[in-house]
Ligand binder design. Structure first.
Ligand SMILES: [Zn+2]
Length: 197
């Protein structure tokens, strides 16, 4: 077993960054930069913040991936033999990066990806618990797209989905304390139950 010690100093401003033991990503509470734990260093990644909807508050901030991708869905075939049109388009997905049960992760990812939220400056507050690697977030994006296709009318037999990532950022995402360990998304109102550390 190889143990490495990586200083959690912000790559942008040098301030100490804090996180939980299992965190893969960190936000600097001094300058708002975000960094990913790489193989032997912290790698800067573009950062942003998604702002609460009017009337809602940001009581807790959690990390999410914002992924812009070109989506190609081809050869969608139904059991009745009909073949619907292929489509291709640019879409923006928001995938929660903190530990959630899979149904909560899918529900929140779907609702955040559909919400036309506003973005702003990263808050200088703790944003911890980011454990979902970027590659896993892209896998979830594929899952969301396939899920959307499955829910369209007709029985789906084959579908071919290609996700071509164009850019990605780490976003601070606002939640309200919904009590009993649950969080209510301050953008969509969806309530989730984070997996305890
Ligand atoms: Zn910094």
């Amino acid at each position: 077993m190889n143990l490495r010690l990586i200083a959690l100093d912000c790559p942008a401003c040098g301030s100490a960054m804090r996180g939980d033991a299992s965190d893969l990503m960190f936000f600097c509470s001094h300058c708002g930069s975000a960094a990913l734990l790489g193989s032997d260093d912290l790698e800067t990644v573009p950062s942003t913040a998604l702002l609460p909807a009017p009337g809602r508050q940001a009581q807790v901030w959690k990390p999410a991936w914002v992924i812009e991708a070109e989506v190609t869905v081809g050869a969608r075939q139904s059991s009745s033999g009909g073949r619907s049109h292929s489509w291709r388009g640019d879409r923006t997905f928001v995938v929660p990066a903190f530990a959630l049960p899979l149904p909560d992760l899918v529900l929140l990812g779907q609702s955040l990806s559909k919400a036309a939220g506003t973005v702003g400056e990263v808050p200088r507050e703790p944003i911890r618990g980011g454990t979902l690697a970027f590659e896993d977030a892209v896998t979830l994006v594929r899952h969301l797209v396939v899920g959307d296709e499955v829910r369209k009318p007709g029985t789906l037999e084959t579908v071919h989905v290609v996700i071509s990532e164009k850019s990605h950022r780490l976003a601070a995402t606002p939640f309200e304390d919904a009590g009993d360990g649950r969080l209510r998304c301050a953008i969509t109102g969806v309530v989730v139950r984070p997996v305890p550390d």
